[in-house]
Ligand binder design. Structure first.
Ligand SMILES: Cc1ncc(COP(=O)(O)O)c(C=O)c1O
Length: 462
């Protein structure tokens, strides 16, 4: 823990925070009597709070972000060097790290060719939405403007991305939303809408999307936006056979496929660089944020294939035909400099393979825990992106309450392990514990997390 901060400094910081900081996703009333948690320092998989308490971070900075772990001097060094040389110029010009990072990223994304740099996942998704709208105006008389999104998926906190938000509790009280966004059914087999399993369930899920397309009119649908594995909506990988059918559907109706890799991207799912690459599909847009620079700098990207890119340069005589969009901080060079170094770390340290191995261990440990804890209804995930859905009855699948879930998270915290949970997301179904430790996790780290979860479940559910 940071020896440079005296007890007085810390107490001043806590006071300043309580007086002036508005924390994200947080009800502040408890801070009138208690202290907010302030994270002072991090190293590897561990962080320390203002009281000097050490935590094993099972969620990479709370929200699936610090994929290469804390305290990476090499990232700090490349960012520092880059900032001194050239911190910023608007994205209408290029930059040295911007070009090199784009080249490196594209080398890991066969079929994709262009990187549009932005500063948040929400913004990256909005770029894709705007491109779809502009393509509609340029090529389809403005008619092919609708964007399909899936129940339980999340694409960001801005009003347009919330308009594409499949989590009603997250959206509640923030409407009205933008027109032209249409919801399609989820594909969560554990909570199947039809009495089917496996491939048959996958087929029904995709057929249900087709029905929406036909009801709306295929000529009005511009894109389909999906998370490869739904994150905050419950950690939901699609059933076997889902993705090839999605690809087929998009081709059949000339619908652009937008994959939101904000959580899954850049290694989180193990073995592959991106979630969609596990399924052999060819998206038109891939958006990413969180793990791109592991939170060492703010960077997000909307990556497209050449087919999309070409539609914005095909008529240079038309002054309105190119993508007339800017993201001021999309011109910051710290982001691509940090992102390039993160990719080097992932390659040199073999983190894609480690993620697959540790992810399997985590799933296995949680499955084993479910033998002694009937409250674990389902364990799901891909790589180090894992969820455990808690139910009070395995037969009826009655969800555990959000309050009980919060107690499990708090018990783990008290034992020095930070885990996450779905919250204020899908009404009545905020009952999934979330795990996303850094890609550098060791077997001991994974075992420590799951053993602690076992103890916490014992305390809360007996
Ligand atoms: C799948 C997904 N897409 C988009 C976003 C939005 O990213 P940001 O918070 O960087 O705007 C998130 C954030 O949690 C996310 O989980």
């Amino acid at each position: 823990m940071d020896g440079n901060l005296s007890a007085n400094d810390i107490s001043h910081i806590v006071d300043a925070d309580r007086a002036h900081v508005w924390h994200h996703l947080t009800q502040h009333k408890p801070f009138e009597t208690g202290e907010p948690r302030i994270i002072i320092e991090g190293k590897g998989m561990r962080v320390w709070d203002q009281k000097g308490k050490e935590y094993l971070d099972g969620v990479s900075g709370g929200v699936w972000t610090v994929n290469v772990g804390y305290g990476r001097e090499s990232i700090a060094n490349v960012v520092r060097d880059q900032l001194i040389k050239m911190p910023y110029f608007s994205g209408s010009a290029g930059s040295v790290p911007g070009a090199l990072f784009a080249e490196k990223l594209i080398s890991k994304m066969p079929g994709m060719t262009r990187v549009y740099q932005t500063n948040s996942g929400s913004e990256a998704n909005e770029k894709a939405f705007k491109m779809v709208r502009q393509i509609s105006h340029k090529n389809h008389g403005g008619k092919k403007y609708k964007i399909l999104y899936r129940d339980r998926d999340y694409h960001g906190s801005t009003l347009a991305t919330m308009s594409a938000g499949g989590q009603d509790e997250r959206n509640a009280q923030y409407g009205p939303f933008a027109p032209g966004f249409v919801r399609v059914p989820h594909c969560m087999e554990y909570r199947a809408q039809w009495n089917l399993t496996g491939e048959a369930y996958a087929e029904a899920s995709v057929k249900a999307i087709e029905e929406v397309i036909l009801a709306e009119g295929a000529e009005t649908i511009g894109s389909l936006c999906l998370e490869p594995v739904t994150a905050g909506g419950g950690v939901i990988p699609a059933p076997e056979g889902y993705w090839p059918r999605i690809q087929e559907l998009c081709r059949k109706y000339d619908i652009l496929l937008h994959i939101d890799e904000v959580v899954c991207g850049v290694g989180r799912t193990g073995t592959e660089w991106f979630g969609y690459q596990h399924y052999g599909i060819e998206p038109d847009f891939v958006t990413m944020a969180k793990g791109v620079a592991s939170g060492y700098a703010a960077i997000a990207c909307c990556v497209t294939n050449e087919r999309v890119f070409d539609m914005f340069k095909d008529n240079s005589d038309d002054p309105m035909s190119y993508f007339r969009d800017i993201s001021t901080f999309g011109g910051c060079t710290a982001g691509p400099a940090a992102a390039l170094e993160c990719m080097r770390i992932i390659e040199d340290e073999g983190l894609l393979a480690n993620t697959a191995k540790m992810g399997e261990r985590m799933m296995g440990n949680l499955q084993a825990l479910s033998e002694s804890h009937a409250v674990i209804g389902d364990v799901r995930g891909l790589g180090l992106f894992v969820g455990a859905e808690l139910v009070t009855d395995r037969t009826s699948k009655e969800p555990a309450s959000e309050k009980q879930i919060a107690q499990v998270v708090a018990e783990c915290g008290a034992m020095g392990v930070i885990i996450g949970a779905t919250n204020r997301s899908v009404p009545g179904f905020n009952n999934t514990l979330c795990f996303s430790p850094a890609l550098i996790s060791t077997a001991d780290d994974i075992d420590n997390i799951t053993e602690t979860v076992g103890k916490a479940l014992g305390k809360v559910f007996g």
